[in-house]
Design a protein around this ligand. Sequence first.
Ligand code: ARG
Length: 594
Amino acid sequence: SNITEMVSITDHLLELFGAAIRASFPNLTDPPVIITPSTNAKFGDYQCNSALPIAQVLKNQGEKVSPRDIGVKITTNLAASPLVEKTEVAGPGFVNVFLEKKYGVNAISSVLKNGVKPPKFKKSRVIVDFSSPNIAKEMHVGHLRSTIIGDSICRLLEFLGHDVVRLNHVGDWGTQFGMLIAHLEDRFPNFTKESPPIGDLQAFYKESKKRFDEDEVFKKRAYSCVVKLQSGDPDSTKAWQLICDVSRKEFQKIYDRLDIKITERGESFYQSRMVDIVKELTSKNMLEEDEGRKIMWGEQHGQGIPLTIIKSDGGFTYDTSDMAAIKNRLAEEKADWVVYVTDAGQATHFKSIFSCAKRAGILDPTKHRIDHVGFGVVLGEDGKKFKTRSGDTVKLVDLLDEGLKRSLDKLKEKERDKVLTPDELKKAQESVAYGCIKYADLSHNRNNEYIFSFDKMLEDRGNTAVYLLYAYTRIKSIARNCGKDFTANIKKIIQETPIPVEHEKEWKLVKVLLKFPDVITKISKDLCLHHLCEFVYDVSTTFTEFYDSCYCIEKNPQGEIIKVNNGRVLLCEATAAILGECFDILGLKPVSKI
Ligand code: ARG
């Protein structure tokens, strides 16, 4: 057999070694198949580390076989593979795998011929619930994290060819609307006839909250406004719409600046479905009285935290809306997979939702995949919760503006303003500003808390967007600088020129690029984008090593091109293609001049 496209090497070796191991030990059920990349080139490129655990299993069954013999047995039963040059049994039975250069040459060449193709996956319909700020309350850095991580997950899934639905589950139905509507009625009594000029919704929210906390009569009215709204009263609905519109416009500005596509489907969308789900759960006898509330336990009664489906005043809750939403997504929308991106603080909430949905027969783990993608809190450089100097939450618009300012400073510090046209400078400024905000977030393990620092993210060394954007632009410019002979004939050159792997640094770069499908497969499982950032950084630094020791273009002392090494330039192009695809998944927008 011959494999000419890039495949997931790890998956391929798991299959290959899995077959060899099962053939060697037909009496073992599910023997361990362990494949890891080698940490040291001496031990090849990949290793199969199954011998030791298999020896242990055999020992437990009373059979004494040395791990080394097991390693040897595995290699004798190993089928030939176009990916494997040779294997060696080392130390106490590790099987070292050396990759076949021919495979590398073909796979990288296929990238240039056919573009960067995703590893093959079963296509699913995926709903990604992300960003999801609350109307009238501010959209804060937590929502920014959800927005950035969620968008990147969508981009990954879209690259894999899934049918992706991006949903903004905005909080547009909470009890805060009672006081907002009551306050609107007082401040703008004419609101049904002419649109009220609410400029600053946050200030408006604060005013109404103050009255709510201090004025009993107002509070009563606020409560009755919620009831009126939820029962469909036209004037309350109008007021609600006006308030949502103001928020919506603010949110949209952020999405536009960050180039994020998302469809709003807030909690209000589920109002009638909440009524339905309550009926369904009641008829299935799954709701229990608890001090006036109606609660629901998950699959294990008494374990974890129950959901509150109906409050003692009869109202619905965040839990109710999420039960209605999960039913809608799996049953009506026919999603195979639902992803929720929120702060890690909501992990218990989603655990309970998933457990209750399973109990109610809405979620079927054999058919559906469900993920809560949690993330840690954002801290300031002082290690405390991210706040402004005066202790207020940081407004996202201000944060993006600050990013723009800092990125311009950075470009000026590098004297780019003297080289670029005003238009190019502006494009570079935006690319760096939004790129570094996104990349800083994505390059950290999302499960940890994350320190927001403009200084760190704008550094031009290390794993930062600035470093990578520059590296990418430089790599892209290599082919462009090869002269007409090269650029005009690139299609033909790609067909005729093999990718070079003779020089140690060429082969090293090719091997790093070959990891791309592995990385994509891994993040499609754990939805942790920092693996992709590590890969991108690995590619860039390995590229630099290659470029420093391998001439791509030779010039005479006058600076004229005397020789172009076509194969090496193609390797530069393949590197750029793969980096470009990664940037796309990460939401980074490289510019041609920076
Ligand atoms: N609006 C919520 C918040 O700001 C996030 C909603 C997440 N999605 C969901 N289906 N619960 O915390």
